[in-house]
Design a protein around this ligand. Structure first.
Ligand SMILES: Nc1ncnc2c1ncn2[C@@H]1O[C@H](COP(=O)(O)OP(=O)(O)O)[C@@H](O)[C@H]1O
Ligand SMILES: [Mg+2]
Length: 335
């Protein structure tokens, strides 16, 4: 299950994604955490020291190896250099699973032991001095899109991404790659305006978007969110002294989180689990192809010097991985 947390800076994306990750891990579920926000804070929110977080490998810096691995023996992709963030998988491509060892995880993922359970963390990497003026942050976020387009994830296994709601997610197809997108909104006009904008962009792509109100204090806040967000409002997370203690450097156990807030995490999990049956492998693959063709036409074919539209394997559908270890379905089959 692929889940994104989006929202305005400061709304609580990192806080809530880290808590959700811990909640899943505490239940023994396999989780990959992905930090795809330009402000890379997920590592520390999961308990890394600043020093450990600064030493995390970045996906952005390993793109050539990632491409080489994912390309596998796909005959439609001449070389890793011809692979862009949207290059879709086809026959011969290597696919990733949530629970496995592979060279991508070996190079980029770091295990984090939590007070209950553990996770693996992948980070896109910070926007560095050298990037200024020559690259956009979405070139780093592109690594996440590649991974998601090559991921075979099943029920009861999760990839949770902490991401911005900003233009970087819309510079490619990344925003369409999730089974569920949680938009974190404070009960303010700015909070809900980010929701409206996201919903607007996402409308034509069948993005399943639910709002989590955060730092909600009292009935007026709740009324405001209900009025502005309507049925898209899934749950509200209150102002939390537990979160504040954590922010002050304490390491409170997850068990001691306020029961009402813990119940919200469980509600998110139910919502995610319920979205499994809505998955459509064909539609998922078609959207990947659509964004690839758009990128190929608008800039990438010219940049790479070959017609990247030819990378599309039209008979391939990214199947679904079943936890009992079955192989993905043969090309063309709908699982
Ligand atoms: N429910 C909450 N109760 C108390 N403080 C919160 C809560 N949610 C977020 N915060 C605080 O608000 C600030 C911004 O949260 P953060 O998760 O970093 O936002 P974002 O990742 O969206 O930029 C942090 O200091 C965080 O501790
Ligand atoms: Mg953040």
């Amino acid at each position: 299950m692929k889940i994104a947390f989006v929202g305005k800076g400061g709304s609580g994306k990192t806080t809530l994604s880290a808590l959700f990750i811990r909640h899943l891990a505490a239940a023994g579920r396999p989780v990959i955490a992905v930090d795809a926000d330009i402000n890379q804070h997920l590592g520390p929110a999961l308990g890394l020291t600043d020093d450990q977080a600064a030493r995390l490998p970045s996906l952005g810096a390993h793109l050539p190896e990632i491409k080489e691995y994912l390309r596998g023996s796909n005959p439609l992709i001449g070389s890793a250099d011809e692979m862009i963030k949207t290059t879709p998988p086809g026959r011969g491509s290597r696919l990733l699973r949530i629970v496995e060892e592979n060279p991508v995880y070996a190079a980029c993922a770091r295990p984090i032991a939590l007070d209950e359970g553990s996770v693996r963390l992948l980070a896109t990497g910070a926007f560095t001095e050298e990037d200024l003026g020559v690259a956009c942050y979405h070139s780093k976020v592109g690594a996440v899109e590649l991974l998601l387009n090559h991921l075979l994830d099943g029920r009861d296994e999760y990839l949770v991404t902490d991401m911005t709601a900003g233009s970087d997610s819309f510079a490619s197809g990344l925003f369409t790659r999730f089974d569920l997108t949680f938009l974190v909104a404070e009960p303010t006009r700015k909070g809900v305006s980010v929701y409206r904008q996201y919903k607007d962009y996402a409308r034509d792509f069948g993005v399943h978007l639910r709002v989590i109100g955060n730092k909600v204090q009292g009935p007026d806040d709740l009324d405001f969110l209900r009025r502005e967000v309507g049925d898209d409002l899934l749950a509200t997370f209150g102002h939390s002294d537990w979160v504040r203690r954590m922010e002050q450097g304490a390491e409170p156990p997850l068990k001691s989180l306020e029961p009402a807030n813990r119940a919200v995490l469980e509600q998110l999990r139910s919502e995610v689990d319920a979205s499994f049956d809505r998955r459509d492998a064909h539609r998922y693959t078609e959207q990947a192809v659509l964004f690839h063709l758009r990128n190929a036409e608008s800039w990438a074919s010219a940049k790479v010097g070959v017609d990247l539209a030819n990378q599309v394997d039209h008979s391939f559908v990214l199947g679904e991985f079943t936890p009992d270890g079955e192989q993905p379905a043969p090309a063309g089959a709908h699982v």
